[in-house]
Every structure is written in structure tokens, then in C-alpha cells.
Design a protein around this ligand. Structure first.
Ligand code: TZP
Ligand code: MG
Length: 226
């Protein structure tokens, strides 16, 4: 296991700075709040911005996300655009089912970069592991305005995926303080939260509270971090 893999294995809370919720000028402030909250991964997801602006935001975020040697360190992941990864200095790239293959994203992003892939069914989770993804997203677990065109998969998929694949899994979609207990009871070890974190009044406190719940009430990790 590389040190990036180890950090994925021990990760519990993954936050996404989605420019659908955060105005670009607030991206640095929100990034700082998430770092203060101790999240394990932070992704930049900017679906509607031109490449140049994404590169600029990515560089600003990179400067604010401690890479090593700090308790508040987090992995920095870019959604889409593997060609920007080395310029930004991101730790990883996240691709969807309709994007580049894991191999192509890895080739474009460069050696030593993590590649994550979204999955929406058991078959896709198994395929993404075979494709060599370093981690997978599993969802949307519940209906969510952040990804409105997707049919929710429901919490039952969480246990099925966990039993079938060894790659690190992050459950995503409609997860918040209210739905988290059901997600954890269904077997989730790691979660991604977007709108609930970004819209909370006190982002660092909300992050800490939910991360602690995932770590405490989630299933125990096996020695391999699964
Ligand atoms: N992929 C599956 S669900 C989702 C993505 C990007 C959005 C999750 O957002 P939220 O606001 O936490 O429901
Ligand atoms: Mg994509």
C-alpha cells in the first residue's frame, strides 16, 4: 500500500466544494472551513466553469489544503479534467461513468495520482474495481438536488458492494445528519457529503460531528481498511 492508499483506507469523510453551491469567490473560505473541520478528502467539482477558471480555483485550494505533516491534512481531488492535475498539484482525479476510463485518466493525470470513479450499481462497482480505480463512489444513496437526474440506489446497495469489492468505497448522495445513521447501519465505512456540509451554519463543527459519528458508529474496518 502506498501512503496515499493508506490515507484512503483510513478516510471517513470526503467533502466536495461544488461550484453549484459555492460562488467562486467563496471557494477559498469554504476550503479553509473544511480543512478546519478535519475532513479527509476535498474535491473541487466545477461543472460549468471554463478550464482556466477551474485551474485557478484548483491552485488556490491546493495552497490551502495541507498535504503532509499536519493533523488537518487532506487529500485534494479534482473532478473531471485529468489534464489539469499536475498543473494544480492535486492528489487525485475523479471520473464518472460517462468520462474517461480509469486507465486513460491515470495516464493523463500522471504517475502516483489517485483515480476515483463514480458507480451507481453493484455491476459498476465490480467493474470499476477491475478497471483499477483506487476508490469508488457508491450512490446516489438517496435522491439529491446535487445530482438531480439520477435514480437513488437506496442503502441496501451499500452492504452488497461491501461484500463484493475490496477497493475503498465512499457512499454518496443525500447524506446528512438525519440520514447518516441509516447509511452507517447499512454498512458504510466512508461517506461523501456535499450540500449538507456546504449549507451548514458552522462547517467545521458539522464536519467534526459527522466524521466522529462515521468513525464511531460505522462498522469496524478490517486490517486492510475495508
Ligand atoms: N454523485 C452521486 S450523488 C452526488 C454525486 C456527485 C451528489 C451528492 O451530493 P449531496 O448534496 O451530498 O447529496
Ligand atoms: Mg465527471
Amino acid at each position: 500500500m502506498t501512503s496515499l492508499d493508506q490515507r484512503l483506507a483510513s478516510a471517513r469523510l470526503y467533502a466536495i466544494v461544488d461550484t453549484g453551491y459555492v460562488a467562486t469567490e467563496r471557494v477559498p473560505y469554504i476550503t479553509e472551513q473544511l480543512v478546519l473541520g478535519g475532513v479527509d478528502l476535498i474535491q473541487l467539482r466545477a461543472k460549468k466553469l471554463p478550464l482556466k477558471e477551474i485551474a485557478g480555483l484548483g491552485k488556490q485550494m491546493r495552497a490551502l489544503i495541507p498535504a503532509e505533516g499536519s493533523e488537518a491534512r487532506a487529500l485534494f481531488i479534482l473532478n473531471d479534467h485529468p489534464e489539469l492535475v499536475s498543473e494544480i498539484g492535486a492528489d487525485g482525479i475523479h471520473v464518472g461513468q460517462d468520462d474517461l476510463s480509469v486507465a486513460e485518466a491515470r495516464k493523463q493525470a500522471g504517475a502516483g495520482v489517485l483515480v476515483g470513479k463514480s458507480t451507481h450499481s453493484l455491476e459498476q462497482a465490480i467493474a470499476a474495481e477491475k478497471e483499477g480505480a483506487d476508490y469508488i463512489g457508491v450512490g446516489p444513496i438517496y435522491a439529491t438536488p446535487t445530482k438531480p437526474d439520477y435514480v437513488p440506489v437506496g442503502p441496501a446497495l451499500i452492504g452488497q458492494v461491501r461484500a463484493a469489492v475490496r477497493v475503498s468505497q465512499f457512499c454518496i448522495g443525500g447524506i446528512n445528519e438525519q440520514t447518516l445513521p441509516e447509511v452507517l447501519a447499512a454498512g458504510a465505512l466512508r461517506v461523501v457529503i456535499v450540500s449538507a456540509l456546504l449549507q451548514s451554519r458552522d462547517i467545521p463543527a458539522y464536519c467534526r460531528k459527522l466524521r466522529e459519528k462515521v468513525a464511531k458508529d460505522g462498522p469496524s474496518a478490517t486490517p486492510t481498511g475495508l
